[in-house]
Write a protein that binds this ligand. Structure first.
Ligand SMILES: [Ca+2]
Ligand SMILES: [Ca+2]
Length: 335
């Protein structure tokens, strides 16, 4: 009798613990759900019944939309609630009118989506629309908004004074080289425009009727695929004719020897990191650049970047060019 009563008490005790646990679990689950919804800034329908009935499915929605622009590009960032739980596609369509004829695909960055749009007109309002569809082919209500590209200035002429170092035109080479010209806003720490230009073998390159970002007391950087960058500060583009003088004491040299780099762990805040990674350079002349020459030894391909002196072959002369600038740094500071 006592033993049966003891068992009953034990059972009641365990059932009590189970009920208490379930109660706590339910409350914790509710708390977590509430926390997860704090950032949602739109009124949304959480689920709907598809046409013709059937089980309800979740409806994706788009939120936290923001955009930024340069003279010819825009970056749009957004989130979708379904991401990681069955989101199928999301993208941006855009146009100056309201037909949204252009599409920009999204890339994933953490919990956000990013669309980089280039080739835009300066000083122009664009309409854009973000779309999202989940795996059940349910579309989010599109989010529609606008961005405006920044104003530029059309220069009558842009003259660049610079000549890549150690070239040997006597033996068929050429002082000239293709260079990136980067307009950089030192206040917002952003690259406003990066354009490619062919430097004349004379050391003086002039381009006519070119639109550049409107900057005052800011910076322009010049870099080839084998030379360290040279930076000019205090540039004002609000003029008719602009001369960018990268010479020093009348010497028109860009220092040679940066064809390789290790940017595995770049400084996250450096706005030039992406640029340097894409061109495999690190603004520093060291053993990696020697390796780059050695790996191309005897190569006679025209335009080979390891052929630093611009003659007909990659050889010991090119190694000596690298050694001549050993441990030198360019003007885009990475380290
Ligand atoms: Ca290097
Ligand atoms: Ca050579």
């Amino acid at each position: 009798m006592n033993s049966t009563r003891g068992k009953n008490l034990k059972n009641i005790f365990y059932i009590g613990i189970i009920i208490a646990t379930l109660f706590l679990y339910k409350n914790i689950a509710q708390t977590e759900t509430q926390t997860g919804n704090i950032n949602v800034n739109m009124n949304v329908v959480a689920s709907s019944t598809p046409p013709g009935g059937g089980p309800s499915v979740s409806v994706p929605f788009i939120y936290d939309v923001r955009s930024s622009t340069t003279m010819t590009s825009a970056k749009i960032v957004w989130k979708v609630n379904d991401y990681g739980y069955g989101l199928n596609t999301t993208s941006v369509t855009y146009s100056i009118d309201y037909f949204f004829a252009n599409t920009a695909p999204a890339i994933v960055s953490g919990t956000e989506f990013i669309a980089d749009i280039s080739g835009l007109q300066s000083d122009t309002v664009y309409n854009f629309r973000i779309l999202a569809r989940n795996n059940s082919f349910v579309d989010a209500v599109p989010v529609q908004s606008q961005f405006k590209t920044q104003k530029g200035n059309v220069l009558n002429s842009l003259t660049i004074l610079a000549k890549p170092e150690k070239r040997v035109p006597k033996t068929g080479g050429n002082f000239g080289a293709t260079a990136s010209l980067i307009f950089y806003d030192t206040v917002s720490n952003t690259i406003l425009m990066s354009t490619s230009t062919i430097l004349s073998s004379s050391g003086t390159t002039t381009i006519y009727n070119v639109e550049v970002p409107l900057i005052t007391n800011s910076a322009v950087i010049l870099k080839t695929n084998a030379h360290l960058a040279k930076r000019l500060n205090g540039v004002n583009t609000n003029v008719t004719d602009l001369t960018l003088d990268f010479t020093e004491n009348g010497i028109v040299y860009l220092l040679a020897g940066d064809m390789a780099g290790d940017l595995q762990n770049p400084t996250a805040q450096n706005p030039f990191t992406q640029f340097l990674q894409s061109v495999h350079q690190d603004e520093f002349v060291d053993i990696l650049d020697i390796s780059s020459v050695v790996s191309k030894f005897n190569d006679q391909t025209a335009g080979e970047r390891a052929n630093l002196n611009g003659d007909s072959i990659v050889d010991a002369q090119d190694i000596s060019v690298v050694l001549g600038n050993w441990n030198k740094e360019g003007d885009i500071i990475v380290k």
